[in-house]
Ligand binder design. Structure first.
Ligand SMILES: [Zn+2]
Length: 166
């Protein structure tokens, strides 16, 4: 961002509380660079965990995930992203954990949630190149070393997935 979206002045560096931010010299606009929330979803389906190859990064398997959009809460984003990427309808269970991710371009907060499929037929949607069901051990292997893998690890540590609850 080069110009202030409020008053169109050219943005300049400004030190605020010891950190250098890009800010407007004419008004109080500051590019804070706050972390952006991402919803990631652990979907139990047909005895396994649903993973996708995201269209943006089609060489890896990942949990269905995406940015929380304006006007949504994290749960709504989770339901929407799963539908867009896998065609499944889900109900969100609970938050498994939140994870900070620092990318060169921006900081993210990955909000991992569990969900159960309640309808729809699994197929890769617009935002995914592939969508498939993996056994728990295969899913753990595919996600090893990633934030999604950490989330799945803590989900497995605290849940007893695949067991029917009465
Ligand atoms: Zn301004």
């Amino acid at each position: 961002m080069k110009f202030c979206p409020e008053c169109r002045s050219e943005l300049t560096p400004r030190v605020i509380e010891g950190r250098t931010k890009v800010a407007c010299p004419s008004c109080d606009f500051v590019v804070w660079g706050n972390p952006v929330p991402v919803a990631g979803v652990i979907v139990e389906y047909d005895g396994g965990i649903v993973l996708v190859k995201p269209r943006a990064k089609p060489t890896i398997w990942a949990l269905p995930a995406g940015y929380v959009e304006d006007g949504e809460n994290a749960e709504q984003a989770a339901v929407r992203e799963v539908k867009e990427e896998t065609n499944l309808d889900v109900v969100v269970g609970k938050v498994v954990g939140t994870y900070s991710i620092r990318r060169p371009s921006k900081a993210l907060i990955y909000i991992a949630m569990s969900a159960k499929a309640i309808g729809g037929v699994l197929k890769a949607g617009d935002d995914a190149k592939e969508a498939s069901i993996f056994s728990i051990s295969d899913a753990v292997e595919k996600l090893r070393g990633t934030t999604a893998g950490k989330a799945l690890g803590s989900y497995l540590a605290y849940e007893s997935p695949m067991q029917e609850t009465i």
